[in-house]
Design a protein around this ligand. Structure first.
Ligand code: UDP
Length: 474
C-alpha cells in the first residue's frame, strides 16, 4: 500500500462561488462533520493515484475534507500485472463485456485474494477501531471483511455498472458478492447499478462531482489556453502573450514543459482548425476507435476546418489499465492506414502522466479550446469527461448511456446519441454544432448551469458526511 499525499483545500473557496443558501449549508454541515468525526480517520482506498475519474475525485474530495478538519487519507493498492489484468477483466465484465475472455475462475479468485491479503496486512498496521474506510471499485472489494474484523466501519463504492445488467455482468457480481455483502454501506453513482441483493437501508446513490479550482477545471484566459497548447506542441496557435503556468495540488505552481509536438506521429494541429475532441482513457468501452472511424467516414460532410483530436494518457504511465496499450496501438494503426489528406485531419495525443497536474492542465486547455467535445462511450459509469467540458461551457455530443443520461438533457445542455454505435448520427450531431455557433453557445451555457446545479463537490461532500454519520450510528 502506498499513501498519497493530500494537502488541505479551503472549503470556503468553493462556498464563495455557490448560491448563498448552498454555501451556508456547506459550511454548517462541514463543521458538524468535523465534530462527529473528530479522533477518527476516514481512509479511502483505490487502485491508482493518477488516471481515471476515481483518482480525479479523490484528490479533490479528500483535500476539501482535510480543509474542513476531517482526517481524510488516501491509500493506493499494491498489485502485480496478473492482478490488474484480472481486475480489468472484472471491470469489463461488470460493464457487460467479456474483456479478454479469460473468465473469473478459481485461479483468478485465488490470486485476487492473495494480493488483497497482502494489502490487508499493510492496512491493519494503519487503521484503528472506530475509523471509517471507503473502498473504491472492484479492485478493493476483497478488503471489506478483513477490515471490518479490525473494528472499522467499511463502505464499498462501485463507480461502474450497467443500467440493465446482463448475463455477463451477473458473473462479475457473483464474483464480488461474497467479498462485499457484509459492508456497512454501499455507494453507487446510479440506483440502477446496485445489484438486487444490496440491502436498501445500506444503499446510497451518490453521483460524482468536479472541482472548479483544480488544474483540470480552473478558469484559463483565451491567451493562456493558446500559450499552453502552443508550448506543449498540441496546437500551432501563434500564442499571443499568454502564459503556461498552472496551480498544483501540492507544492508551488508549475509550468508546461516545452515540446515540439505532443501529437503522435504528427505535428501540432494547425492554428486555423476547429477541434472536435474526445478525452478518455484508452479503454475499448470509451470507443476512441469508433470516434476516429465515424469522423473519417463522414469527413466529406463536415466543415473543411474540422479536425479530430483523441487525447488519452501516455499508456506507459497507467499501471492499473493493461488494455490501454492495445487500444492506443489500434487507433495509431488505423490513423496510419488513412490516405494522407484524411490523416492530416485526425490527431492522437498520449499526454504525459509523470506530472499529474501538468496532465490536468493540458486536458483543461484542450477542453477549453475545443469547438465540440465528444464522449461516444459504449458504456459509461458516469463520465467526468462529459462533466468537465460542460462546466467549461463547451457543447457536448455524448452517448445516452449510464451516468451521461443524468448529466446531459438533450437539446438543453448538449446533444445525446441514442445509439452510440451509429457513426453517422455522431458525425451529424458534431456537424450541427460546427455549423450553428448560436446553438453551440446555447448548449454550452445550459451545460455549465447543469453542472453548477448538480455536480459540484458540495453536494458530494454532504452526501458522504451523512453516510458516515449513519455508518457510525449502526
Ligand atoms: N483524464 C486525464 N488525462 C487523460 C485522460 C483522462 O486527466 O489523458 C481524466 C479525465 O479528464 C477525467 C478522468 O480522467 O477526469 C476520466 O474520468 P471518467 O469518469 O470520464 O472515466 P473513467 O476513466 O473513470 O472511466
Amino acid at each position: 500500500m502506498r499513501e498519497v499525499r493530500v494537502d488541505p483545500l479551503d472549503l470556503d473557496k468553493l462556498a464563495r462561488i455557490l448560491p448563498s443558501e448552498r454555501a451556508d449549508s456547506l459550511r454548517t454541515r462541514a463543521a458538524d462533520a468535523a465534530d462527529r468525526l473528530r479522533g477518527r480517520v476516514v481512509w479511502n482506498v483505490n487502485a491508482t493515484a493518477t488516471g481515471g475519474g476515481v483518482a480525479e475525485m479523490l484528490q479533490v474530495l479528500l483535500a476539501y475534507g482535510r480543509g474542513a478538519g476531517v482526517d481524510t487519507r488516501w491509500l493506493v493498492l499494491d498489485g502485480d500485472a496478473e492482478f490488474f489484468t484480472a481486475t480489468k477483466r472484472l471491470h469489463n465484465v461488470l460493464h457487460g463485456s467479456a474483456g479478454d475472455g479469460k473468465g473469473l475462475g478459481d485461479d483468478v479468485r485465488a490470486h485476487y485474494e492473495a494480493v488483497l491479503a497482502h494489502n490487508l496486512r499493510d492496512m491493519r498496521r494503519l487503521v484503528r477501531p472506530g475509523d471509517i474506510v471507503l473502498l473504491h471499485d472492484p479492485q478493493t472489494a476483497g478488503l471489506t471483511q478483513g477490515l471490518m474484523e479490525s473494528g472499522v466501519a467499511v463502505a464499498w463504492r462501485c463507480h461502474i455498472g450497467l443500467d440493465e445488467p446482463d448475463e455477463i455482468a451477473d458473473l462479475g457480481w457473483a464474483f464480488l458478492r461474497p467479498y462485499v455483502e457484509q459492508a456497512d454501506a454501499f455507494v453507487f453513482s446510479r440506483r440502477a447499478y446496485a445489484p438486487g441483493w444490496v440491502p436498501p437501508d445500506r444503499l446510497r446513490v451518490v453521483p460524482p462531482s468536479l472541482d472548479p479550482f483544480s488544474a483540470k477545471n480552473a478558469v484559463l484566459s483565451v491567451h493562456d489556453v493558446r500559450a499552453t497548447l502552443q508550448i506543449a506542441g498540441l496546437v500551432s496557435t501563434d500564442a499571443d502573450g499568454g502564459g503556461a503556468a498552472f496551480g498544483r495540488r501540492t507544492d508551488g505552481p508549475g509550468r508546461v514543459r516545452a515540446r515540439d509536438s505532443l501529437m503522435v506521429d504528427d505535428s501540432p494541429v494547425p492554428g486555423d482548425a476547429r477541434i472536435v475532441l474526445q478525452v478518455s482513457r484508452w479503454d475499448r468501452l470509451k470507443d476512441m476507435e469508433g470516434v476516429l472511424r465515424g469522423f473519417v467516414d463522414h469527413l466529406g460532410e463536415l466543415p473543411a476546418d474540422a479536425h479530430l483530436v483523441l487525447a488519452g494518457p501516455d499508456v506507459t504511465g497507467v499501471s492499473d489499465d493493461p488494455e490501454g496499450a492495445e487500444v492506443f496501438a489500434s487507433c495509431r494503426e488505423l490513423r496510419a492506414s488513412l490516405p494522407s489528406r484524411t490523416r492530416d485531419r485526425v490527431h492522437l495525443t498520449a499526454l504525459p502522466m509523470d506530472d499529474g497536474d501538468e496532465n490536468a492542465h493540458l486536458v483543461n486547455a484542450l477542453q477549453r479550446y475545443a469547438s465540440v467535445v465528444v464522449q461516444k462511450s459504449l458504456v459509461e459509469g458516469f463520465g467526468l469527461t462529459v462533466t468537465e467540458p460542460m462546466w467549461k461551457g463547451r457543447p457536448v455530443v455524448a452517448s445516452a448511456v449510464g451516468g451521461i443520461n443524468d448529466q446531459v438533457e438533450h437539446g438543453t445542455s448538449g446533444l445525446l446519441l441514442d445509439d452510440p454505435r451509429d457513426l453517422a448520427a455522431m458525425a451529424g450531431a458534431v456537424d450541427s454544432l460546427l455549423r450553428d455557433p448560436a446553438l453551440a453557445v446555447r448548449l454550452g451555457a445550459g451545460a455549465h448551469l447543469r453542472v453548477l446545479d448538480r455536480f459540484l463537490a458540495d453536494r458530494h461532500l454532504i452526501q458522504y458526511a451523512d453516510m458516515f454519520s449513519e455508518m457510525l450510528g449502526r
